[in-house]
Design a protein around this ligand. Structure first.
Ligand SMILES: *Cc1c(COP(=O)(O)O)cnc(C)c1O
Length: 391
């Protein structure tokens, strides 16, 4: 369809830097330092600087970044990690992979992020404080970390989350996979936790030409630990101090990421402008709710997510007009078959469950055109007009 609006358009990013990217790829092919080469070190320095932290360590993908961040903190068997049920499943998988138990805290309906009030409820209802740390009375597990996610590029409420974490002396690990460059009260996400994880999956706000990820931290020991764990826990050349992963960032990806990093702030600004245009275009339409503005947040709109009670109908109406949409995510993590063993029934986290039924992600990428956004808005308006029941 010629007038279709794609959900994302990654080729537009390549066209902007075609020559620089092609040159970098040729340079690395000629040099042959494919794994953890010079560009990886440079990218780590540049990304740390961008994130306003001391250290960045490149790894193979965002899931590994979470696994290695948690492993560096000593998370494993006998521990519990608190996170949100509305996220990409790998947030929870990283915890489970290390033998720790994932526990969920319901989200706030406006931000779609971990609700600090529900986090406080958890502490009030379930824990006992001991010399060895905070223990969950239900499971007997120690609460090893709190893992908020800045979903859709919208920062979680870090003041309240970090306040509670500090009160109970529990480390915070941030999942920044959808929020590169976002700010909370002026500070970059990734700087609130003791260690934070990023993904460079191609469609993320900063994307490689394949899989990639990184951790960032101000703690030199945690950085050194991940640096070792990403290469089988190696120290020196032949000694292996811990059971790690093969999770290295390829030089080709690092080279491409270095080029794209220079544009990240302007891309994020373009996303914010596009979000504002959607807000205006969609403002008065019945049957949908546009994303909330949250005071103190500078979001980066990895996704622009509506709520619609009749989501399936809306999605079909848009698809019929060649407009790409997505659902992030239709099944909350606690209701996934892989997490059945935890025994959460329907209704365990009602806000996340209702959100999973209502969310719809509209086309969003830095290069989206005003005309494309109008097409989307017109299609939504005509769907709203044709609906049999006014709301
Ligand atoms: C993409 C993503 C991840 C995982 O990143 P990969 O690079 O795909 O492994 C983790 N958490 C969230 C919230 C994500 O969006």
């Amino acid at each position: 369809m010629s007038n279709a609006v794609p959900f994302v358009d990654l080729s537009a990013q390549y066209r902007q830097d075609e020559k620089a990217i092609d040159d970098a790829v040729r340079r690395i092919l000629a040099r042959g330092d494919f794994i953890l080469g010079e560009d990886v070190e440079r990218f780590e320095e540049e990304f740390a600087q961008y994130c306003e932290v001391q250290h960045a360590v490149g790894v193979a993908n965002g899931t590994d970044a979470l696994v290695l961040a948690l492993q560096a903190l000593g998370i494993g068997h006998g521990q519990m990690v608190l996170t949100t049920p509305l996220t990409y499943v790998s947030t929870a998988d990283a915890v489970s992979r290390l033998g720790a138990r994932v526990e969920f805290v319901d989200i706030h309906p406006a931000s779609f992020n971990m609700d600090p009030a529900r986090l406080e409820d958890f502490f009030k209802a379930r824990i006992k404080e001991t010399a060895g740390g905070v223990i969950d009375r239900t499971t007997g597990l120690r609460v090893g970390a709190i893992l908020p996610v800045h979903l859709y590029g919208q920062p979680a409420d870090m003041d309240l989350i970090c306040g509670l974490a500090q009160r109970y002396q529990i480390p915070v690990v941030e999942d920044c996979a959808q929020a590169h460059g976002a700010r909370y009260k002026g500070r970059r996400v990734g700087t609130f936790g003791i260690i934070s994880a990023f993904s460079f999956y191609p469609s993320k706000n900063l994307g490689a030409c394949g899989d990639g990820g990184a951790i960032v931290t101000d703690d030199p020991q945690l950085a050194a630990s991940v640096r070792s764990l990403r290469i089988q826990g190696r120290r020196g050349k032949y000694e292996h101090m811990a059971i790690g992963l093969n999770s290295r960032l390829d030089t080709l990806h690092a080279a491409v990421l270095r080029i794209k990093l220079r544009r990240l702030d302007s891309w994020n600004e373009a996303r914010r402008q596009a979000a504002r245009r959607y807000d205006v275009l969609l403002g008065g339409i019945k049957g949908i709710q546009v994303p909330s503005w949250i005071l103190g947040n500078e979001p980066v709109y990895h996704l622009y997510v509506l709520r619609a009670k009749e989501r399936e109908g809306l999605q079909q109406a848009l698809a019929a007009k060649g407009i790409g949409t997505g659902i992030h995510y239709p099944i909350p993590v606690h209701r996934q078959p892989a997490y059945q063993h935890l025994g959460f029934s329907e209704g365990a986290f009602p806000v996340a469950e209702q959100s999973a039924r209502e969310v719809l992600s509209l086309p969003m990428f830095p290069e989206i055109q005003d005309g494309q956004q109008r097409q989307v808005a017109d299609a939504i308006a005509s769907w709203a007009k044709d609906r049999p029941y006014p709301n």
